[in-house]
Design a protein around this ligand. Structure first.
Ligand code: IPE
Ligand code: IPE
Ligand code: MG
Length: 246
């Protein structure tokens, strides 16, 4: 297992959990079996992140584009999500984790949305890690929605043109309460962002691994974090400047 420096962990870790379907198909199993196995990985990574002291963990669980999948798969995923929420809330309580969701919740089936609301409410007073699930989430939709509300506020005079700044724009996004991700992991070998947190990842460190999500275990997680810790974040400056600041 890689050794980690507790002082240099990402404050906000985001993960695109990918490869459940292929994991199952490689084993001649149904895709849903891969999704079920993926839920076990979620459990492991949530628990490990919280133990390590990561403050914000954001998991891409269902994209706005995923609604285009076969109806049966969408239905199974929604059922799995509801079961996860019902089952995991007590574990979230034990670990002092606060649950949150980003995405268009109005698209979710009513029973799933109720389970979401329930988990948010039950964990709302927890003070440890914030676990955010991106559900029916699409970054362009998020930005479009933000621009539209910003325009409303401009037109109604609640906001003036001079007040438009990067911070102000961020405040209209679903992620207004969350800092920008320091580190983004995508599993399964795909090297794309798939409409996830486009505005927020401007200076995020990216990490791609061939490992499918169901196989992403503690050892792989530590490997990824060790890789992050070996990087130098320069934000446009040169190495000497960044080192001096430390
Ligand atoms: C990620 O696994 C889970 C979701 C997108 C819901 P996939 O279902 O995308 O798995 P692959 O990419 O088909 O292997
Ligand atoms: C991205 O995975 C969305 C989630 C992980 C929830 P996809 O498997 O849907 O991404 P694409 O379609 O291959 O880019
Ligand atoms: Mg995929």
């Amino acid at each position: 297992m890689h050794k980690l420096d507790p002082e240099k962990l990402p404050k906000h870790l985001a993960i695109i959990m990918d490869g459940n379907g292929r994991w199952a198909q490689e084993r001649m199993l149904k895709r849903i079996v891969g999704h079920r196995k993926g839920v076990e990985t979620v459990r492991t990574i949530v628990e490990e992140s919280s133990l390590l002291g990561i403050k914000f963990l954001t998991l891409f669980a269902f994209s706005s584009e995923n609604w285009l999948r076969p109806k049966t798969e969408v239905r199974s995923l929604m059922a799995l999500l509801k079961a996860y929420l019902a089952k995991e809330t007590s574990r979230l309580m034990t670990n002092n984790i606060r649950f949150a969701v980003i995405g268009d919740r109005s698209d979710l089936p009513e029973d799933v949305d109720r389970a979401v609301a329930d988990a948010i409410e039950k964990t709302s007073r927890n003070t440890g890690m914030v676990l955010t699930l991106a559900l029916s989430y699409g970054s362009r939709q998020e930005i479009t929605n933000a621009v539209s509300r910003l325009a409303d506020d401009l037109l109604s005079g609640q906001l003036s043109r001079e007040e438009i700044s990067e911070e102000r724009i961020s405040s209209y996004l679903y992620t207004s309460d969350i800092p920008e991700p320091d580190f983004l992991i995508r599993t399964s070998g795909e090297m794309r962002i798939s409409n996830f947190l486009l505005w927020q990842i401007a200076y995020t460190e990216l990490y791609f691994t061939e490992v499918n999500w169901p196989d992403f275990n503690k050892q792989e997680f530590y490997r990824a974090l060790a890789n992050y810790q070996a990087r130098e974040r320069r934000y446009g400056q040169i190495s000497d400047q960044v080192r001096k600041r430390r």
